[in-house]
Design a binder for this molecule. Structure first.
Ligand SMILES: Nc1ncnc2c1ncn2[C@@H]1O[C@H](COP(=O)(O)OP(=O)(O)O)[C@@H](O)[C@H]1O
Ligand SMILES: Nc1ncnc2c1ncn2[C@H]1C[C@H](O)[C@@H](COP(=O)(O)O)O1
Length: 222
């Protein structure tokens, strides 16, 4: 019996992994997909044509980058729908608008007219009954120091040259955002409670928690 069957995770579930940059979403996405036999939907970083330019000049490239991410995530949503679910998704579409676009607009690095165009497009595309929410959003959280340590360890050049205040601002926004997020049930995991890199049994604990959580959410009719 595989872990999906053992812990009663529905075969067609769509599970989204959310959390700030460097917290461990891609690593968790891979581990969950392997243990459940699910497909993955990754956020592509290396082939993103705007990301480097964006980090060099937020004001100039914010709008382009958000439109690019929106298109990419919409294509992924279509792919997941066409397969009929059974996916782990690396980052949710809700973070694009609720964290990134909003932060750049409020900090003055996204033009107000561009922001308005972006949010209208987002709402027309995403906030409709035709765009199903995930079954669960797994939210990864941890201390700021731990997360900064991971960003440094991973070493993406554009992130290394970004001032620490940017990551602090994002970290605080994530803390507030998740407390009011209600588009789907949220399973919160603290990164100090499992170590996917050194402990091969850690993912089973996560899947077990998820199984209990999904059963409970189902009973509550969420
Ligand atoms: N559970 C973990 N324990 C220890 N290190 C981790 C863990 N998950 C991720 N890391 C490390 O942290 C860094 C960021 O992880 P990543 O999965 O790329 O984060 P994200 O996708 O959220 O940006 C990587 O260097 C990765 O190897
Ligand atoms: N919507 C976004 N706006 C700006 N930057 C974004 C957005 N989504 C992701 N990013 C950036 C942040 C990181 O530098 C890379 C990848 O994110 P990660 O959390 O490491 O998967 O893209």
């Amino acid at each position: 019996m595989n872990l999906r069957e053992k812990y009663n995770i529905p075969k067609h579930a769509v599970i989204t992994v959310a959390g700030t940059v460097g917290v461990g979403k891609s690593t968790m996405t891979r581990a969950l997909a392997d243990s459940l036999g699910f497909r993955t939907s990754y956020e592509k970083v290396d082939t993103n044509p705007y990301l480097d330019r964006f980090y060099e000049d937020f004001e100039k490239w914010s709008f382009h980058l958000q439109i690019y991410f929106l298109a990419e995530r919409f294509k992924e949503q279509k792919r997941m729908f066409e397969y009929g679910g059974g996916f782990i998704q690396d980052r949710s579409i809700y973070e694009d608008t609720g964290i990134f676009a909003k932060m750049h607009y409020e900090k003055g690095t996204m033009d107000p007219v561009d922001y308005n165009t972006y949010t209208e497009l987002f709402e027309a595309m995403v906030m409709t009954p035709y765009f199903p929410h995930p079954d669960v959003l797994v939210y990864l959280e941890g201390s700021f120091d731990q997360i900064i340590g991971r960003i440094k360890e991973r070493g993406r050049p554009m992130e290394q040259s970004t001032p620490i205040e940017y990551w602090e601002e994002m970290y605080e926004r994530y803390n507030r955002w998740i407390d009011s997020f209600n588009a789907c049930p949220v399973l919160r995991l603290d990164i100090k409670d499992y170590d996917l890199m050194t402990d091969p049994t850690a993912i089973e604990d996560v899947v077990e928690r998820m199984g209990h959580f999904m059963k409970q959410a189902d009973l509550l009719g969420k």
